[in-house]
Design a protein around this ligand. Structure first.
Ligand code: SF4
Length: 368
């Protein structure tokens, strides 16, 4: 066990580590200001595990329908050695008829044992090295590749959907399969951004692998591919070479924010406590916002905490912004009613005037 892993194991306090994967790391970028989430992920846990094993509660589960749809779509694209995925690339003219070399990493070393996982990592690396050498036998599609991403000295495994490269491309591009339907301009932009960020986690991992091999990380590029589903069917719709510079930048920023090393994570916890100690999770600084529900299993806990503290965010992002000068719902009510101490500063004076004007307007509307 490396010294970092030993420290992490101690931080987890007996909780088994989990592979947080690209999705777990992507979720950190969704709420870059949340130290609680980042510390949990860096320690090799997920909010779901914390809810289950530390808080002893049942985490939110993905709807069985959504889960079945996701798995079925992925299976469909990757089945028969990725035939359907290959067809999608050929139809767009992105791979030629002769560019049909496919390697399935999951088939090469199936299973969950440490030995299988290591073999999957080695096999992925072997193909990337072949591509770097310009080997004409390097695969055009690598299905379920396994890369690693080191954050604050801790290595996280990332299993991606696929990597793709034509024969003349210098390096692979990361591809993500998402089961939500492509509805043109009406496709949920947040879903697309999150899919791009998830694929970008793979690009960061590929950059690190290239750097470890003594090559320029920039070879990994700043574009990702995404496959969505045509509405009402399993027909793939490929969106190739999507620009992902901003996703890469937001991920890099989020991962560089503190706690940026293990020392800082250890200092967050009171002496002698671990993530498994009851009540410790709630003591870690957080940043609850309405989007937490979409990606973090701790959202109910954090919302209850925000509610107990009277944080304006529980009324929504807009209210949080407007009531920022007061800092809490209780203080805003005091300013409105004229109870409690008078405004402390210009910002509170302005807010008091705005709240009273809004209240008078509401009163006129309600009472005529
Ligand atoms: S739910 Fe809590 S822990 Fe999760 S991202 Fe939001 S504030 Fe952070």
């Amino acid at each position: 066990m490396t010294p970092e892993n030993a420290r992490l194991s101690q931080l987890r306090g007996g909780l088994a580590p989990v592979e947080v994967g690209a999705r777990g790391i992507e979720s950190v970028a969704r709420n870059a200001d949340c130290t609680r989430l980042r510390a949990i992920v860096i320690a090799g846990l997920t909010p779901t595990e914390v809810v289950k094993h530390v808080l002893g509660q049942k985490p939110d589960a993905m709807s069985p329908f959504a889960m079945t749809l996701t798995q079925a779509f992925e299976r469909r694209l990757l089945a028969n050695a990725g035939a359907s995925l290959l067809t999608a690339y050929r139809e767009k003219g992105l791979l030629q008829q002769v560019e049909a070399k496919i390697a399935s990493i999951a088939d090469h070393a199936p299973g969950n044992s440490a030995a299988s996982r290591n073999r999957r990592e080695r096999e992925t690396r072997r193909h990337v090295e072949a591509k770097l050498r310009g080997d004409p036998n390097a695969p055009n599609l690598i299905l379920n590749p396994r890369l690693t991403l080191t954050i604050v000295g801790v290595t996280h495994a990332i299993e991606l959907d696929y990597l793709v490269a034509s024969d003349d491309a210098a390096m692979y591009r990361v591809g993500a399969i998402k089961s939500f339907a492509d509805r043109g301009g009406k496709t949920n932009k947040a879903n697309i951004r999150s899919g791009c960020r998830e694929a970008s986690v793979g690009t960061l991992a590929l950059q690190q692998l290239l750097a470890n091999l003594g090559r320029a990380p920039e070879l990994a590029g700043d574009r990702v591919d995404m496959v969505l589903r045509a509405p009402g069917s399993f027909t793939p719709r490929l969106f190739a070479s999507m620009r992902a510079e901003s996703e890469l930048a937001s991920l890099t920023r989020a991962l560089a924010t503190s706690p940026s090393d293990l020392d800082q994570i250890e200092q967050l916890l009171p002496p002698g406590s671990t993530f498994a100690t009851p009540g410790i999770i709630e003591q870690l600084p957080n940043h609850y916002c309405s989007a937490c529900k979409e990606h973090c299993a701790l959202w109910q806990r954090c919302r209850a905490q925000a509610q107990a503290q009277g944080q304006p965010i529980i009324l929504g992002e807009q209210a949080a912004e407007q009531l920022a000068a007061a800092g809490s719902i209780g203080r805003a009510v005091d300013l409105l009613d004229g109870t409690g101490r008078p405004p402390d500063n210009r910002a509170e004076e302005t807010l008091t005037a705005e709240l009273r004007a809004a209240s008078a307007l509401l009163d006129r509307i309600a009472n005529g």
